[in-house]
Every structure is written in structure tokens, then in C-alpha cells.
Design a protein. Sequence first.
Lengths: 142, 389
Amino acid sequence: MRNKLIRYSPWLVHFNTGACNGCDIEVLAAITPLFDPERMGVKLAPNPRHGDILIVTGAVTKKAGERLKRLYDQMPSPKAVVAVGACAISGGVFAGSYPLVSGADKVIPVDVYVPGCPPRPEAIIDGILKATKKLEGGGEGD
Amino acid sequence: MAKYVEVPVGPQHPALHEPIMLRVKLDGEVVEGVDIVTGYNHRGVEKLGEKNSWVRDIYIFSRICGICNAVHAQTYTQGVEKLMGVEPPPRAKYIRTIVMELERIHSHMLINAVMAEAIGFDTLFMLIMRDRERVMHLKEIITGQRVHADIHIIGGVKRDLKPETAEKVLRVLDYIEARLKHYKKVFEEDYTIRKRLEDVGKISKQEALKHSLVGPVLRASGVPSDVRVDDPYSAYDELKPNIVVRHEGDSLARMLLRWDEALESVRLIRAAIKNMPKGNPVPKAIKRAAGKGEVFSRVEAPRGELIYHIVSTGGPKPYRIKVRTPSFNNIVNSGFAYIGERLADVPVILTSFDPCISCTERVLVVDEKKGLRKWVPFMALSRGEIRVA
């Protein structure tokens, strides 16, 4: 029942773990009127405790990695994670640099990967909708 | 008993889109001091630049910042071109200028939209972002990408500007200009905006110079300083941009100045398309090695003066590249501007500085026992002179 409700209005938590801002401004552009995902109930949550889908952008740095783990733990189940951009997937151009742990999946479980540098807003919205499918299918049972 | 209450703002905070933390010391509701904590976004770009070749570094350095990527690429390539003795064709310089000015327009629109959101004016945020998509579209039809332009290559640009594209750019610019004028009027006349921004975070001319602030923050405090005029690069020596200066020095002045600069950018793009020289801007071959030497290269980014210092010992890779970004000066040195203001104004003041955290990251060594903090250069760290416990 709860999962069904969330399907109609998944709230987003956006965390920049060390991005160049390219993906961040595209995530921001994806929630604005031209693309208008609010018609599907998608909007930014004011607090991680209200969020359903975590959007991770940027190569995960060691310092931000700890915060990312904490943020993920604060979100209530069921939850889904979307990694946006080449950096959040594998480190992108920064792969192999000393302050990085590279991809977001090294720190938290990732459900949907959206490739691109940066991905287009349409692709980000598609990733969010794919993540809602996971929410529909049930939580993680914890 | 401690006199102050310490409130952490960030690193994940609805009003901040990037990971920075402000430790705000409060006496009642009045700010007594601010500690600016960065480091969440440190990616070791300068070290990465030393490992990769001259050509690959264009893409690494343009990914320091997604918002001002073309100016990063411009500063890097113009420095490397000087080092290699390559002169880009005049048409390439004009195309680079058009891309950089489009970037300035969308950057200034973005920060004004974020400011509207920070003061709770969500409708205005949405409206500005909707019109900003038009600018992104222009960037896409010129360079092929919405955000990362990646149009700079050593000795020219990656693709030519077609006449049909130029026509379309001029057409859309008419619309954008009208909207920019409208938003400027909204910021000038709206009661709510004036109440939140006027006389908040005031910086005098002396303070701005003393703390070496740069860009729109400096110009809003009455100092006419613009690298495009002081040290012209690319096509700016022919286009002759005007410096916009305001004297109030408060948050409102900084936001209004950005609207004026965006309008000036519209004029510059029109002039650049009109006076564009003929020729082929795409080089046939790319030079891949540089001789010994060092260059100093500077460019006016949307946020202020961007400086690269490039050292070469010859060969296919740079020896050292030092980047000094405008946000580093504007954010880390700006702690004084918060003192005496109210807690609710802290996000407003931070937004009015146009923070770009991905540009700001440096290595910070904290000695917990002595309570000592200092900034250290990468070279000292990589030589092992400083041990981080």
C-alpha cells in the first residue's frame, strides 16, 4: 500500500559528492518547468528523512563518502539510489585520483545508473522513473 | 559555559546545492563568526593534470567546474598555446568568445534563480530556469553539448559556426534580452526581494580590496576591475566590453550587477556574430608537445578573475599547473561579511557571492590538538613535507 502511494509522488534527495556542478545544474534543470517532472509528483524533499529516491552526482570523495553513507542511512525504506553521470558511476575523468573512492556503488547500493557527462535532463527523469519501478516492487525488507 | 551557539549549515542543505559547510557562531540570532569548512569536493585535479598529457588535460581542467567549463578550457588552452607558440585563427577566437559569453549569461541567470529560491520566491526561480533553458539550447546548437562545451582544442576550436546556427542564435537572443530586462526590473522593484537583499552583507570598497575579492563581488563594491578590459584575450580586444560597476556593495547590488552583465554579454555575442572573420577555425593537426618554460594565463570567468600558472619542463606532459579560481577568493575570504547579520541571512549572503564549491577545494590540514588550521599547497603534500595524522 505504502509503496503504491510513493509511486505516484517520489521525493528526491540530491547530494553532490564532489561533482563539477555539470550534473547538478542538469538535475536542477530537470526539475524545472520545461521538463516538469512535478506532473508525476517528483519534487525535491526538504530533508533526507522525507526522501524516497537519492540522486548522487559526482565522483565520491573520501570526505563526502562518509556523509553519503550517513545520508543514505537516514532515509526511510523503501528507497532507491540513482547515480547520475560518469563520475558517480566510476569516477569519470577523475578516476584514479588520490582523494577519491570513485563510484557511488563503492559506498552505497546503487539501483539505476544514468551515464553521460553530464546526462541530459530527459535521461535523468528516465532514471528517476526507472527507480520508481524498484520502489513499486517493494522495499529491502529492513 | 559557552557563550555562543554553533549552528552547522550544510554540507547537505536545501538552500545550498553544493557540499560546503558553514559553522555559524550565534549570539541570540546575530552571527558572531563563521567558519567555512570545505573539502567535500576535493578531487585532486591539479595532481591529475600532471599525470595526463597536454591534450587530455583540456578535458580534465574544464571539468573543474561544470558551470564555467569553457573559461577553464580557455585559460588552460591560451596558456598552452603561448607555451607551444601556436596562434589560433581569428575566427576560432570569436567562436570561443561567443561560447564564453553564453556561459556568462546562463551562469548569472542560474545564480539569480538560486537566489530567488533562497529567499523563498519559488515562482521566480522556475521562470528564470525556464528561460535559461533557451541559453542552454543555444550552447547545444553551437558546441554540441548543453553543459560541457569542450569546444577548445589547442590551436582552434572543434567545430565551425554555421550561418544558419548564427541566425538562430541572433533570433533567440532577442527573446533572451527581453526576458533579462524583465527580470532585472523584477529584482529592482519587487518589495519582497528588496526587503531580503537590500543592505544585507554590505562590503565596502576598502574591505573588498583588503580581502582580495574578485569579479562581480568586487565590481558591486565600486571597483572597476575586469580582465576582459584590463588584459584582453581572445576577441575581447576588438569587441571592447564595458565594465559594469555599482557602488552600494550589498547583496542586491551584486545580483543587479549580474543582470547588467548578462545584458552586456548579449551585446557582445551580437557584435561577435556581426564582425566574425572568415576562415577555417578548425586546425588540421594538433601540437602535442611543449618546450621548456612557464606561462601565466588569466581570464574573466563569470565569478571573477581565473588564473592558471603552467610550468613545463618539455615533453608531452605538464610539470605543474596551479589554478587559482575566483570562488576560492570570494568564499574562503568572505567570512567577515557575515558578522553582525542574522542567521536567516546567511544563505542569502552566501548565494550573493555566487559560490562554486567545485572550484574552491584545496587541501586543508587541521591540527586538532593545537586547534591549528592552515592551507597547504599540493606540492608540499606530494613531497611528504606535511604529514596528515
